[in-house]
Design a binder for this molecule. Structure first.
Ligand code: DGT
Ligand code: CA
Ligand code: CA
Ligand code: ZN
Length: 574
């Protein structure tokens, strides 16, 4: 898929135009196109072939032509024109969180800065201090942004890698020479970012299998192609390795290549203490091979339960496996509904009828319609009247639906002073209320924490969405005291969200585990703005599993009745 490349180009055009101080309307339209294309799960090459690019919201004829030009020639003349006289390094610099076009323009004017090492030198020499807008916090943010940028350059998001790997595996499964095949490495562990993709297979003819692997569409470079290992670069900008191993070593190879490295190191020590040796080829006592066909051979022989891959981070899972107290992790099939979605009443791109239809196809029993509230103008937030009207429309649709319920909700803004965007009189009419922060990100820790806790104490608020506000590739998040937030949630019966959107995954795995330990319930929600974002529930479930969560910890495993009882309980208490 070239979606990411194209989105990046449009984003860069917007940056350059902004750097030059051009018309904001045009800048915004490039930004919008970038965002929409980045989020799209359909392949733009397919859409281009079918002449359907202009069906993408925010993509007009002019934008579509630019996409087609890029897909055909690998170049976009608008980009070349816009960046004339500006170095590639400067364009790159604006991709760093905390260093947008305005800041880069200022740094260029004041210090002649044109690239990343200029910025790093200036920070070191203390030259940023005292410049316009350069408080201590801003400089701190730039330093964090540079770190984030450096790591994200080397890793891609699970949201991008996961569908790619599923496609590769589907394709190779059709090859009659392939017997077993599955992902290993960080992807199998559902880590939020992936450095490279590791796939393992068994089969009758290694060289043939590898040949078909390196010849797949989407391969931009073949790095290695032998009889047991193939290695390629994919157009998503990530490397993928396929290893074909012997059947009687498949389990031990899977165990070894799934990692994590820290988990494996600890496991090897435990094996050693028992007088065994483990490797990718099996588990051995001296020369004698004790097992290796199945992954569970390794764990069983070491006297412990098999450990689900998402737990293998050396965070206490080995001890728990020995003591037979591993959690019974939540699974995708436990999910009964999606608790945070937007329709075209606010900034979504589908009707809630369309969203409901898709939710039914997924086998859900309920789905929350939670459009934005009035102060979020950029997202076409609903006024009181429009929300009341939407409620009516949802009621009407519900009369027609059987065995499935649309829940009336709002993603209500927590305003900068900690009050909510709708009065309790309005909130009372909703089935479920989600509250979240979309403004005042730079507030002091105390202030932003209090703001969130105030919202949590509102008897109508059931879920806090994307609790830390981070964006994996571009934003650290607000400075909230998450432990205090969790205390308030536990006390009031308010849930915290795992937002499944691939660049959010917020709460993260570590915070999920903490929430569980503190007695806080979790909602796993996709925050979908199109039907084809609802698949990201699978990513959220992965994060939940990494956070040791069991079905009972997650409120959207509840039946509709139980979920409604959860919401009502807080109202009664409040
Ligand atoms: P990534 O690719 O950075 O997202 O993370 P992983 O975990 O996929 O790491 P990768 O691709 O370098 O290696 C795949 C697995 O192979 C890793 O999780 C554990 C195993 N492995 C690799 N190198 C070592 C090593 O030096 N020692 C041990 N024990 N295992 C290793
Ligand atoms: Ca890997
Ligand atoms: Ca690897
Ligand atoms: Zn939302």
């Amino acid at each position: 898929m070239k979606n990411h490349e194209v989105a990046l180009l449009f984003g860069k055009i917007a940056d350059v135009l902004e750097l030059k101080g051009e018309n904001t309307f045009r800048i915004n339209s490039y930004r919008k196109a970038a965002r929409v294309i980045e989020d799209l799960t359909e392949d733009i090459e397919v859409l281009a072939r079918e002449d359907k690019l202009t069906n993408i919201p925010g993509v007009g004829k002019g934008t579509a032509d630019k996409i087609v030009e890029y897909l055909n020639t690998g170049k976009m003349s608008k980009y070349e024109e816009a960046t004339k006289g500006i170095s590639e390094e400067t364009v790159e610099l604006m991709q760093i969180p905390g260093l947008g076009p305005k800041t880069v323009a200022m740094l260029h004017k004041e210090l002649g800065i044109i690239n990343l090492s200029d910025v790093e030198n200036a920070i070191h020499a203390g030259k940023l201090k005292g410049l316009f807008g350069m408080g201590e916090k801003k400089i701190e943010n730039i330093i964090k942004g540079i770190e984030l940028y450096k790591t994200s350059q080397q890793r891609i998001s699970i949201g991008m890698a996961y569908p790619v790997v599923m496609r590769i595996i589907e394709r190779l499964k059709k090859n009659p020479k392939v017997k077993e095949i599955q992902a290993a490495g960080s992807l199998r562990r559902m880590k939020e970012t992936v450095g490279d993709i590791d796939i393992l297979a068994t089969g009758s003819d290694g060289a043939e299998i590898i040949k078909s692997f390196v010849a797949m569409p989407g391969v931009t470079l073949i790095l290695a192609s032998g009889s047991t290992k193939g290695s390629v670069r994919l157009e998503e900008g990530v490397q993928a390795d396929l290893r074909v191993v012997n059947e009687d070593e498949y389990g031990s190879a899977l165990q070894y290549f799934t990692g994590s490295k820290e988990h494996n190191v600890h496991l090897r020590e435990l094996a050693k203490k028992k007088g065994y040796k483990i490797s990718e080829y099996g588990i051995f006592e001296g020369e004698k091979k004790l097992g290796g066909r199945y992954e569970s051979d390794i764990y069983k022989k070491l006297g412990m339960d098999w450990i689900p891959p998402e737990l293998r981070e050396n965070r206490g899972e080995l001890e728990a496996a020995i003591e037979k107290r591993l959690p019974k992790l939540i699974e995708y099939s436990d999910i009964k509904g999606d608790l945070h979605n937007h329709s075209d009443w606010s900034d979504g791109n589908c009707t809630f009828e369309e969203m409901a239809e898709h939710a039914v196809k997924r086998g859900y029993k309920y789905m929350v319609v939670s459009d934005h509230s009035k102060s979020l103008h950029v997202a076409n937030g609903l006024t009181d009247d429009r929300l009341l009207k939407e409620i009516e429309e949802i009621d009407k649709l519900n009369e027609k639906l059987k065995g499935f319920a649309l829940l009336k909700a709002s993603e209500v803004d927590i305003k900068t002073d900690g009050t909510l965007d709708f009065s309790n009189k309005i909130l009372e009419k909703l089935d479920i209320v989600i509250a979240s922060i979309h403004s005042g990100f730079k507030q002091e820790k105390e202030k932003i924490t209090k703001r969130m806790i105030d919202a949590i104490h509102n008897p109508y608020v059931n879920i806090i969405a994307h609790p830390t506000g981070r964006l994996i590739s571009k934003r650290v998040g607000y400075d909230v005291d998450i432990e205090k937030v969790m205390e308030a949630c536990a006390e009031t019966g308010t849930a915290l969200e795992i937002n499944c959107y691939y660049d959010r995954l917020d709460l993260n795995d570590v915070y999920c585990k903490k929430a569980k330990e503190m007695g806080v319930k979790i909602a796993i929600s996709t925050d979908s703005h199109y039907v084809d974002q609802m698949w990201m529930m699978e990513l959220g479930v992965g994060i939940a599993r990494r956070g040791w969560l069991e079905p009972q910890d997650v409120i959207n495993t509840y039946s509709l009745d139980k979920l409604m009882a959860f919401c009502r309980k807080k109202r009664k208490k409040g």
